[in-house]
Design a protein around this ligand. Structure first.
Ligand code: ADP
Length: 495
């Protein structure tokens, strides 16, 4: 079965968030779980970041495929060429070369955080180009097109209109990694991207007179998935539906399901992670203490035994509840905890954390930026990971943390609710849970859960080790989610 995966980012080529981790790991997991019967191919833009990551790895090469596309935009056909990334050992990755659209410093926005004005055209080109080229590149018409997030949404709209004849039996799957990002553009642009007129109405891509690319993808998908079961339910309610709850409800429960993300355990393993100063595993945890010591030293902090190190690795956005953490900083002293924060994004939050680090430098260290290696050292060297997200489709950091023996303290929402098990202090200490949850995203809620965690950390080291152990031994691999996607592909192919 041929599966064309269309997405805007994937590790190790380009990444701004969890989407990249998922799109990077899923194809190989699909091959493994189908015993090679499924042949996925990933389609990405050839961003500057992709070109650089390939240039920096002597094993990798960009090879011309000879496949060119001419996408019929109204200003004239937009030409682009497909290259294959060769030498990574995984399923094929095809990148669309259109320097005028993709050769830029960042993926989606300029240095001031302003979205590129031609984003609609950039992703219309990706979607249309991938569909146009997939048959030649994959050796036949894809059996399934799997589009990710708003950047992939138009692929399904084109599939069900412009490719209706040739792809009549191709199944269409849309995965929402975060409903808060929908790809909204002025409605007039639809005439420029060869969108079939039938796609622009309230049942499809239209949203209050504008174009909504995520909605387009959902409208044309046979099945829409999102990245946890709880989030799949939440987004059909006004609180979490970001204006699409009614639309999602109207499509019926059978067409929306949740599949929790996995962890690429080949890439994320404390036993082999080269970014760590010491490696360790569930049966040989000594190296974790070294990671903690070195992390404290690297960040210029000191902590005695019994004083937990709290870690945060996050985009700085309202979603992630970091304002709650900022409010908690003055209480770190009373809690006897140290906090290490790595993140970037919202300028006000960046400023606020920098300022707090100046005021509370004994207890807080902040690094503003995107640093994948430091992120790994934080997952390994912390005792506790904080994730007070207001909403969280899946969340990967809590999975990485648990896998690295770091106990998550999370708001019980979305994927955090589905992946962090908190049966109460006594059961936790017996090894029957994996972290500490709170029900309301307030400073009081976060403080309450953190106090429980700190108390157990300090007063019951054996109980704490039981929590660490159950987090580290939990199956977070891609095996189960990949099988769920395979079932879905079988359901939608051939329609
Ligand atoms: P989201 O996709 O909403 O940002 P996830 O938890 O699903 O959240 O995934 C975020 C991914 O990005 C994880 O791999 C996380 O470690 C990584 N990440 C987030 N912020 C940073 C940062 N500042 N530096 C390095 N990695 C980061």
């Amino acid at each position: 079965m041929r599966v064309a995966i269309i997405a805007s980012e994937a590790v190790p080529w380009c990444k701004t968030g969890g989407l990249a981790d998922v799109v990077g790991a899923l194809p190989q997991a699909l091959v493994d779980q189908s015993a090679g019967k499924v042949a996925p191919a990933t389609f990405l833009p050839l961003y500057r970041q992709v070109r650089e990551s390939i240039a920096n790895d002597p094993q990798l090469q960009l090879v011309e495929t000879g496949v060119e596309v001419a996408v019929p935009f109204s200003l004239g056909p937009e030409r682009a060429r497909f290259f294959e990334v060769v030498g990574h050992g995984g399923p094929p990755v095809y990148v669309l070369d259109a320097p005028h659209r993709y050769d830029r410093p960042r993926l989606y926005d300029d240095e001031s955080g302003k979205a590129y004005p031609d984003n609609l055209y950039r992703y219309a080109l990706l979607c249309r180009g991938a569909l146009e080229a997939a048959t030649a590149l994959m050796g036949g018409v894809p059996d399934v097109v799997h589009a990710h997030d708003w950047q992939g949404g138009l692929a399904l709209a084109y599939l069900r209109t412009r490719y209706l004849q040739t792809h009549a039996h191709t199944g269409a799957v849309m995965t929402i990694h975060n409903l808060a990002y929908q790809g909204l553009f002025a409605g007039e642009h639809r005439h420029n991207i060869d969108l079939d007129p039938s796609a622009f109405n309230l049942e499809r891509a239209e949203y209050f007179g504008g174009l909504n690319l995520l909605k387009a993808g959902i409208a044309y998908a046979d099945v829409t998935t999102t990245v946890s079961e709880t989030y799949a339910q939440e987004i059909t309610t006004p609180d979490y539906g970001c204006g699409l709850d009614g639309f999602l409800q109207a499509r019926g429960a059978g067409r929306l399901c949740g599949i929790v993300n996995g962890v690429d355990t080949d890439v994320w393993s404390p036993a082999t992670d080269k970014a760590l100063p010491a490696n360790y595993s569930v049966d040989k945890v000594a190296g974790k203490a070294t990671c903690r010591q070195q992390l404290l030293a690297e960040m210029g902090l000191e902590a005695a035994e019994g004083e937990p190190v709290l870690g945060i690795v996050s985009r700085f956005t309202g979603q992630k509840g970091l304002d709650l953490v900022a409010d908690l900083v003055p209480h770190l002293h009373a809690l006897g905890a140290r906090l290490i924060v790595l993140g970037s994004g919202d300028a006000q939050l960046e400023h606020r954390f920098r300022y707090l680090a100046e005021c509370f430098g004994d207890h807080l260290a902040v690094r503003v930026g995107f640093d994948p290696k430091l992120a790994r050292r934080i997952f390994a060297g912390s005792d506790i990971l904080l994730m007070p997200s207001r909403f969280e489709p899946c969340g990967l950091n809590q999975l990485y943390a648990m896998h690295y023996g770091t106990v998550p303290v999370v708001h019980a929402v979305g994927g955090l609710r589905d992946t962090v098990l908190d049966p109460g202090d006594q059961a936790l200490a017996r090894g029957e849970g994996t972290g500490f949850c709170f029900e309301h995203p307030t400073v009081v809620g976060l403080h309450w859960a953190l106090e429980r965690a700190v108390k157990m950390y300090r007063q019951n080291p054996r109980g704490w080790q039981a929590v660490v152990r159950s987090g580290m031994t939990r199956d977070v691999s891609w095996a189960k989610p990949a099988r769920a996607y395979l079932d879905l592909y079988h359901r939608v192919r051939g329609r």
